[in-house]
Ligand binder design. Structure first.
Ligand code: SF4
Length: 352
């Protein structure tokens, strides 16, 4: 076994996490849901969503039978909503074409919707004991530091190099029992989340400290190399909080692809009928900035009361979107993006 994997497995036995909900009564389904939720999301956040999701969708069949609306509503606030749509599509695909069973290898898992190479390897290691390398953000950071890997890890050649490194560090085949693979895989995740953190890593407690090149060369703060600087574009959207005389709020379902795909959002002011748009107040009732991966969005929300009953004829692309008039008490279970939920929590509560 490589010294790297041996040290991690020994460390994990006494310092790793053993009480996560998906580690209790583990099944391929429960492991898969957790791995999808954990993509780009930290454990403490996932812990707020996972139990409720599993309670409602206990297995592949119940998830496959659910409506997309309900899946998105339970995902609401967790972000990266393509994950929820892929999860749902994957459940339906497995029920229709695989008899409701997960394939048992990382290579086959990686062909399913929403399951990339690293996620496939994690599921295969945890659920089936496969000897497969993972390379999530935590592992990239550990490898870049431990082996002084130069270059931004998201860049293609650096990433290829990291994959080779990750493969070379796996426990040797004769040592790679299912238990060892589960422990080794979890150890890498735990080390990155608890000790080898992005800022202020706790090197003195790290099992790899004696071999770590970044630590020896005093380059811990330099590695991994940051994303090359690009100015993040700033976009702006003016949204309308339209309420009817019963206090219900107009929400539009967004297109299935793109930002907040499939979720409910407020209509853009430019989609309102001209006569109604003229009644918009001069000042926004709320203003909020939200960072997406590739741009920042400033949202301004203008509130108005509709002097008529729904429905409303909207212009432009949003005019084709399904309209939903929700009472304030229905918002909690609606599939809303986090920034829209925050805005509504402020404005709707304030105006009740
Ligand atoms: S010694 Fe420090 S920098 Fe190196 S792997 Fe451990 S925690 Fe990370």
């Amino acid at each position: 076994m490589s010294a790297f994997s041996r040290k991690l497995i020994i460390w994990h036995a006494h310092a790793g996490r053993h009480d996560l909900p998906w580690q209790q009564q583990p099944s391929p389904y429960r492991i898969w849901v957790s791995e999808i939720m954990l993509q780009q999301t930290r454990v403490p956040t996932v812990l707020r969503y996972y139990p409720r999701f599993i309670e409602r969708f206990a297995d592949l069949a119940s998830l496959a039978a659910a409506s997309e609306h309900e899946v998105l509503a339970l995902w609401s606030g967790l972000g990266y909503y393509a994950r929820a749509r892929n999860l749902h599509a994957c459940a339906r695909h497995l029920c229709q074409h695989h008899g409701g069973e997960f394939p048992r290898t990382a290579a086959a898992l990686a062909t399913l919707p929403g399951i990339g190479r690293s996620t496939a390897a994690a599921i295969a290691a945890f659920a089936f004991g496969e000897r497969a390398a993972i390379l999530d953000g935590n592992v990239k950071r550990i490898l870049c530091r431990c082996f002084a890997v130069e270059g931004f890890p998201g860049e293609k050649t650096t990433e290829q190099h990291l994959w080779q490194l990750a493969e070379s560090l796996l426990p040797a085949p004769m040592d790679a029992t299912p238990q060892a693979m589960a422990a080794y895989t979890q150890a890498q995740m735990d080390l990155g989340a608890t000790l080898c953190t992005r800022t202020r890593p706790d090197c003195p407690r790290c099992p790899l400290v004696d071999d770590c090149r970044a630590r020896a060369d005093d380059r811990v703060q330099e590695l991994p190399a940051p994303r090359p600087k690009k100015t993040t574009p700033l976009r702006h959207a003016a949204l309308a909080l339209v309420r009817d005389m019963d206090g219900r709020i107009l929400l539009l379902q967004r297109p299935a692809t793109g930002i907040w795909g499939g979720l409910y959002s407020l209509p853009e002011c430019q989609c309102l009928p001209a006569a109604l748009a003229r009644t918009l107040p001069a000042h926004a009732a709320a203003r909020l900035q939200h960072a997406f991966t590739h741009f920042r969005l400033t949202l301004e929300v203008f509130a108005l009361m509709l002097p008529q009953t729904a429905p409303l004829s909207l212009r432009g692309a949003d005019g084709l979107a399904p309209q939903h008039w929700l009472a304030p008490e229905e918002l909690a279970n609606a599939p809303l993006p986090a920034p829209i939920r925050r805005i509504l929590a402020t404005l709707v509560t304030a105006n009740r």
